[in-house]
Write a protein that binds this ligand. Structure first.
Ligand code: B12
Length: 212
């Protein structure tokens, strides 16, 4: 009989088929779906986040783990039957205007989602006014911006200004990241936080909502 630890271990190893079969076995045996999510799937991704942050795991492996976790989630979700899944909050994330890079941003989205947040992923080439509209519509706790080009970095500042002008700055925390972004740059443009990788981004989101 599979255990919750088996599910976490299979997530950490990026074993999609094993995650699916253990999850199904536990569901069939009547295990609480929320326990499978929190003590199996999310617990596994927490370890993945730590290892990625420490440089002990690399992007392709993390993507497999995230896929394994999502496939497990897909099996559990229909069994939640109105049980409210507790989320830490909502992250709205996008790559800034004129920038099409999304591998890192999607990794951040997956990691933050795995940490128990609702994530709204706007995609790439997101203009400041589109961020503003999305904040008005979704009322997120955190807005995340990604940029990979030195030429698109200034759009982070423009987006923060647009959020301020719309009177929404006090309602959200703003985090930034991407290869050319630094902690110093984040402070300079008035963001609330910066993280160098997806695992740290998940920790940062938790820290920011706890402080809210
Ligand atoms: C893949 C890639 C592409 C792909 C993008 C595909 C895709 N779907 O993303 C394609 C081929 C489309 C592309 C196009 C271009 N690219 Co390109 N690309 C890259 C490359 C090789 C890898 C980027 C990547 O995915 N890294 C892996 C991810 C996991 O890392 P990451 O993005 O840094 O994300 C991590 C952290 O930064 C952080 N993070 C990321 N976002 C966020 C957000 C938040 C909120 C937080 C907290 C953290 C966070 O967490 C992530 C996970 O750990 C880099 C070179 C490199 N080695 O970095 C060049 C690179 C970024 N590209 C570059 C350039 C110049 C271009 C082009 C202009 C090329 C051209 N002449 O056409 C175009 C621009 C297109 C556009 N308008 O955006 C340059 C940028 C130089 C600069 N300093 O401006 C680079 C550095 C290559 C180089 N050495 O010259 N590119």
């Amino acid at each position: 009989m599979a255990t919750l630890q088996d599910v976490s271990k299979a997530v950490i190893e990026g074993e999609v088929e094993r995650v699916k079969s253990y999850t199904q076995e536990l569901l069939d045996a009547g295990q609480d779906p929320l326990e499978i999510i929190n003590q199996g799937l999310i617990a596994g991704m927490d370890v993945v986040g730590e290892r990625f942050k420490a440089g002990d795991m690399f992007v392709p492996e993390v993507l497999m783990c995230a896929k394994a976790m999502s496939e497990g989630m897909a099996l559990v979700r229909p069994r939640l039957e109105g049980q409210e899944m507790q989320t830490h909050g909502t992250l709205l994330i996008g790559t800034v205007q004129n920038d099409l890079h999304d591998i890192g941003k999607n990794l951040v989205a997956m990691m933050v989602e795995s940490a128990g947040f609702k994530v709204i992923n706007l995609g790439t080439d997101i203009r400041p006014e589109v961020f503003v509209k999305a904040v008005q519509e979704h009322k997120p706790d955190i807005v995340g911006m990604s940029a990979l080009l030195t030429t698109t970095l200034p759009y982070m500042q423009d987006t923060i200004s647009a959020i301020k002008e719309a009177g929404l700055r006090d309602s959200v925390k703003i985090i930034v990241g991407g290869a050319p972004v630094t902690d110093e740059y984040a402070k300079q443009i008035g963001a609330d936080g910066y993280a160098p990788d997806a695992g740290s981004a998940a920790d940062l989101c938790k820290k920011l909502v706890e402080a809210k």
